[in-house]
Write a protein of this length. Structure first.
Length: 108
């Protein structure tokens, strides 16, 4: 069988701040990578072309880096949840999964 690298993390952010959720480190850069939050599409890149969700909770909420890391700006309580990242090679082979549970502390 094939081995899928899995990463499970718990991260804490504070309201009003930004946070960067890191994708697992890859020996070869994934051809396709996708982030979801609670199973809802956030961002992806395909062969270096980045696409962000048009249903962001506010403008410029998310930023996707080409290394696969996801930045979340102006954290709010509603940003807490399960963020999942999946990466694939060009031939469709699944490289890895990551699951980051984000907790947001603070007022709102």
């Amino acid at each position: 069988g094939s081995y899928i690298c899995s990463l499970v993390l718990l991260m804490h952010g504070h309201t009003g701040n930004q946070i960067i959720l890191s994708a697992p480190k890859y020996s070869t850069k994934p051809f396709y990578l996708i982030w979801t939050k609670n199973s809802t599409f956030i961002a992806e890149y395909l062969n270096n072309n980045i696409t962000l969700s048009t249903k962001q909770p506010e403008p410029n909420k998310y930023y996707l880096f080409l290394n696969g890391s996801l930045k979340i700006n102006r954290l709010k309580k509603m940003d807490a949840g399960n963020y999942e990242v999946k990466a694939y090679k060009e031939n469709g082979i699944h490289l890895s999964d990551g699951l980051i549970t984000l907790q947001v502390d603070g007022e709102f």
